[in-house]
Design a protein around this ligand. Sequence first.
Ligand SMILES: [Mg+2]
Length: 240
Amino acid sequence: MRPIIHCILFDMDNTLIEIPDTHSYFDGLIQEVIAKDFHLPMPSVESRDQLWRTGDDFIQVLKSWGIESYKQFWHFFDKRDVIGRKKLMQDGKMQLYPDVLHFLEKMKKKSVSMAIVTNTPKFIAEPELQEFNIIRFFDYIAGLGDIQELCKPNPEGILQVLNHLGYRASETIFIGDSVVDALAAARARIHPILIRRKKKIPKFPKELDEKSVLFLDNLTDIHDYFQIIGKQEIINEQSN
Ligand SMILES: [Mg+2]
């Protein structure tokens, strides 16, 4: 029997919307913040990668570069990110993955509750979802970047969204593209699903059992593993 799911949480970047050359885009922003906002010597590429790959110890990483205020760092980062994304969108370089619209429409028809849980702050996430005309599908947009402590892989942000929507972890799936997504979902006891957008399997930390994560090539394949149906739909069927 496939588990019954009433609620789907989605990561945004590179799960629903493609950012081209993601690594060089984000690494470029980090370099600009270090050089132009903090005027500090450039850390190695390995050290810079650590910042957004590990998630958990970003405060330590920033300290090792000489940045004491992580809030200030992310403030500068977000300021540059919003400009960077605007340019990518204007140039038509960001795009919706081809399976996204059909899947969201199908789920909406079934009255499945859907929310975005992104580490990007809300003031950046919302215009992006509007630009691609998919904001209408979501009951809630959680831009966790507004409060760094809630960001994935910390499960706290996800748990707050679940609480807000009124669903249990057992009737929810989390769909993302990165280790940080899978780790946060597993910590929140939500089934982690990773879409192989880039065809590359990420390196997992010891804490996360690779076998507990479902890898899919596209969103449609989810139906092979889960029965996804809106709660209201069930109530309607029972009363008919
Ligand atoms: Mg992502």
